[in-house]
Ligand binder design. Sequence first.
Ligand SMILES: [Zn+2]
Length: 376
Amino acid sequence: MTARLPSLDPAEIHRYSRHLLLPELGLEGQRRIKGTRVLLVGAGGLGSPAALYLAAAGVGHLTLVDFDAVDVTNLQRQVLHGTRDVGRLKVESARDRLRDLNPHVSVEAVAGRLDAGNALGLVSAHDLVLDGTDSFATRYLVSDACVLAGKPNVHASIFRFEGQATVLSTPDAPCYRCLYPSPPAPGEVPTCSEAGVLGVLPGLLGTIQATEALKLAAGIGEPLSGRLLLVDALSMRFRTMQVRRDPRCPACGTREIRELREESAACAADAWDAVPEIDPAELAARLRGGEPVQLLDVREAHEWEAARIPGARHAPMSGLDGALGGLDPDRDTVLYCRSGVRSQEAGRRLRAAGFPRVFSLAGGILRFDAEIHVNG
Ligand SMILES: [Zn+2]
């Protein structure tokens, strides 16, 4: 990745001989790998195989960030740590194991959380980032920092028997916010410790992350960017989906996000003055029953053209204030958008404008479509 590549000493040439035999990789590819600094966020299930393979492959520098200590229930999948490490900090256990695996690699252990204060500095000091965290707040932080610093984000996540992986934030790839514009509500998505996970699954996905990181480091092959790999371990099916940048993404599209903030704090603040929600079934019943509810679609024109809920009026966020004149403040007003995020924002604006009986359709038109149905 750097213009001047580090050289390999005879011990390294011997150690990496099976790499050097690959014409696509060769001596130059191995020197590129040695010249690469990788930031590994999370030394758990995904980070375990990723760290082991990156160290074994001769990545020049690895920084591991994790705040947690090794628990005996981690050992079912976090193969970086051993039984004798139980109770130790994961980054310390990891550093010892990686130094034993390959003393040619420099390993730095950061015992703590990645947060808005340290994320950009850490990301900027590395060539690429491997996101092995299971926290949504940290994923947004990693993604935003990678967009701001212009670094590739090798991402994966796992759930029970399923996983997904992709390379984000390369010049043509989306960022995490393009794929997931808003975080799930606290408690909506269970973590591994609550939902369970097949132990080998993070091994599979973390190894895919290591593969992508090594390809990026060596500058070979076709990266998994612009594509989302979906893995179902029970049926053993691998599927690839095209994913695109969202021009309205506040991180990599409009570039509204110029500094880092913690997503969880923003969520808590939003929850404080949340607009009450109405379920799709309840809305459908009220529309069928002819109850006088004012239904407003706050999405933009191209979304309204594509599909809408019958009986709705179009009042896009961009022209919301102009639509208030035709509304009766004494009647219930239900707002909906694509997934229920923008309608919350619109609801707060309506309340501030003197409409106390405002509701937001939970899950937006997506959930309404799935649970009821939508006619154009
Ligand atoms: Zn984006």
